[in-house]
Design a protein around this ligand. Structure first.
Ligand code: NAP
Length: 282
C-alpha cells in the first residue's frame, strides 16, 4: 500500500514512457517489504537546471537520470563519486537529508553484466567506442579500470572525445588512447585491431553507423550496442550474420539498475532477480 511515508524514487529523462525501470524496481520493493515506489518523470531538456531543487523540495529519495539529464545536474550536487568526476555524468542521485550525492553505475553495470555473460576477460581488451556522451564516457572509464589495452573513441564532436580521453589518460598509464571522427574511414582504420566495439551513441547516429562496412573486424570481435530499446540497432544484425558475437544493452540496463538499487536501499540484489520483474511485466 502506498501511504504518507512511502519513499518515492524516480527515473527522470525524456522520453521515458517506454522505460523498463519501474518494472525493474517496483517488484523488488514489494518482494523485499520496502515501503517505496518507483515512477518515471518526463522532463524537458531545458528544465534540467531545476532538477536538484525539485528533488529536495519534493523529498524524492533518489532518482535515476537518463538522456538528456546526466550532466546538467552536476553543479547542483553536494558530492559526486570518482566515476562521476571522470565521466562528467551522473545516472544516480541519492538524497541524504538536504544533501544530494551523484553516482554513476553505467560503466560498472556494463562491466559486471559482461563478466556475468561472457568468459572473455576485459583486461587487455582493445575497444572501439562509438560516442563520447555520458554512457560512452562511463563505459570507457570502467573498461580502462578493468585494464583495457587500447581505447579508441569515435565521436561526431571529436573535441568531446579528446577532452575525455585526456582526463582518462591522466589516471591510466599504459593504455593506448585515441580519438577520431564518427565516420566510415575512421572506423575502417581502427576496426581491424578491435576486440570489442561498443555503440554508445544515441538513436540519431544510427543512419551514419548503418552505412559502414564491418569486413575489417576480426572474427573474434564482439559488437555491443547499449541501445536496448532499439528494434534494429545499426550493424548488429550484420555482425550476427557474419558470425561475430553481438550483445544488446538489456544486461547492462539491469546491471546498472542493480547497483543503483543498492545505492538507494543499501540492499544488494542479484541482477537475475531484477530481470524477473521484466519477465512478469511482459
Ligand atoms: P548522450 O550523453 O546524449 O550522448 C549521445 C551520443 O550520441 C554523443 O556521443 C553524440 O555525439 C551522439 N549522437 C547523438 N546524435 C547523433 C547524430 N545525429 N549523429 C552522430 N552522433 C550523434 O547520451 P548517453 O547518456 O551517452 O546515451 C547514449 C545511448 O546509450 C542512449 O540511446 C541510451 O538509451 C543508451 N544507454 C543505455 C544504457 C543501458 O543501460 N543499456 C545506459 C545508458 C545509456 P556528440 O557528442 O557529437 O553530440
Amino acid at each position: 500500500m502506498i501511504g504518507g511515508g512511502t519513499q518515492v524514487f524516480a527515473l527522470v529523462g525524456r522520453p521515458v514512457e517506454h522505460s523498463l525501470s519501474p518494472a525493474l524496481y517496483n517488484p523488488l520493493f514489494e518482494q523485499l517489504g520496502i515501503d517505496a515506489v518507483y515512477v518515471a518523470f518526463d522532463v524537458a531538456p531545458e528544465r534540467g537546471g531545476e532538477l536538484a531543487g525539485a528533488i529536495r523540495t519534493l523529498g524524492l529519495a533518489g532518482v535515476n537520470l537518463t538522456v538528456p539529464h546526466k550532466a546538467a545536474i552536476l553543479d547542483d550536487l553536494d558530492a559526486t563519486s570518482d566515476q562521476v568526476d571522470l565521466a562528467r555524468a551522473a545516472n544516480v542521485v541519492v538524497r541524504d537529508g538536504e544533501r544530494l550525492v551523484g553516482h554513476n553505475t553505467d560503466g560498472e553495470g556494463f562491466c559486471r553484466a559482461w563478466e556475468a555473460r561472457f568468459d572473455t576477460p576485459l583486461a587487455g581488451v582493445r575497444v572501439v567506442i562509438l560516442g563520447a556522451g555520458g554512457a560512452a564516457r562511463a563505459v570507457a572509464a570502467s573498461l580502462a579500470g578493468r585494464g583495457a589495452a587500447a581505447l579508441t573513441m569515435l565521436n561526431r564532436t571529436v573535441s568531446r572525445a579528446e577532452a575525455f580521453l585526456s582526463r582518462l589518460g591522466a589516471g591510466h598509464d599504459g593504455i593506448d588512447l585515441r580519438a577520431g571522427a564518427l565516420d566510415r574511414g575512421a572506423f575502417a582504420r581502427h576496426a581491424a585491431s578491435a576486440d570489442l566495439v561498443v555503440n554508445a551513441t544515441s538513436g540519431g547516429a544510427a543512419p551514419t553507423i548503418a552505412g559502414w562496412s564491418i569486413d575489417a573486424l576480426p572474427a573474434h570481435a564482439t559488437w555491443a550496442d547499449l541501445n536496448y530499446w532499439m528494434d534494429d540497432p545499426p550493424l548488429l544484425e550484420a555482425c550476427r550474420e557474419r558470425g561475430l558475437r553481438t550483445w544488446q544493452g538489456l544486461d547492462m540496463l539491469i546491471g546498472q539498475a542493480a547497483l543503483a538499487f543498492e545505492l538507494f536501499t543499501g540492499r544488494v540484489v542479484d541482477p537475475a532477480r531484477m530481470r524477473g520483474g521484466l519477465d512478469d511485466a511482459s
